[in-house]
Write a protein that binds this ligand. Sequence first.
Ligand SMILES: Nc1ncnc2c1ncn2[C@@H]1O[C@H](COP(=O)(O)OP(=O)(O)OP(=O)(O)O)[C@@H](O)[C@H]1O
Ligand SMILES: [Mg+2]
Length: 223
Amino acid sequence: MLHLQSITKTYGKKQILKDVSFSIQAGEIVGLVGENGAGKSTMLQILATLSKPTKGKIHLAELSYEEHTKDIRKKIGYVPQDIAIWEEFTVEENMLFFEKLSWINKSKQQLKQLCLDMELDKWKEPVNTLSGGMKRKLNLAISLIHDPEVLLLDEPTVGIDLKSKMEIGNYLKEQATLHHKIIVYTSHDMDEIIRLCDRVLCIGEDPFYYDILVQKKKNVVTI
Ligand SMILES: Nc1ncnc2c1ncn2[C@@H]1O[C@H](COP(=O)(O)OP(=O)(O)OP(=O)(O)O)[C@@H](O)[C@H]1O
Ligand SMILES: [Mg+2]
């Protein structure tokens, strides 16, 4: 279980997250929605240990984020909002590079399969010749190399075609239900949020997203 207790984040005088508390069980896909600047990426960066909350505590099962940061990192897969891959290397070279950085040994075949699971079949192509959507698929595949317990995905399907979106969505569902992963996921695509997420957390005071999700009978709370 991922448990957040009274998380507050301020940048200078600006308070982004205000006393946020929630828990996510293994096997759950939780959507994080809100307008531009609401704090979705900030929340994911905190959950990815890349940014520290100003106040509050986070635990993954019995591990405290403050005391066990290294152990926590091994259990987390993070896809940042901005693509982070080696542009001049091929898909294969990127996968092999990030496998070396991970704490797990995967065969070339397993790495290739991970890309195929993301509907990416450009194994030998240099990344700078891929489309934006294909790069995102590669970023997703990289985040899965070390078989993380928690997947933090910041707008992972922006620019990805509908067919691949559906297939990646099905793959993520399977990761949650069959492999009991915790998935926290942001998107501005409400259809996708409705299709994929078990529960939605709506950041900010604007009721726009909240109202849409309530109308669709989605399990949603504001934070
Ligand atoms: N490093 C930083 N220093 C100062 N302010 C920041 C920093 N990072 C983010 N912010 C501010 O925090 C607020 C939340 O930003 P964040 O990127 O979390 O929003 P978001 O919900 O992900 O938005 P978007 O939908 O545009 O991706 C914004 O007002 C942003 O300007
Ligand atoms: Mg963002």
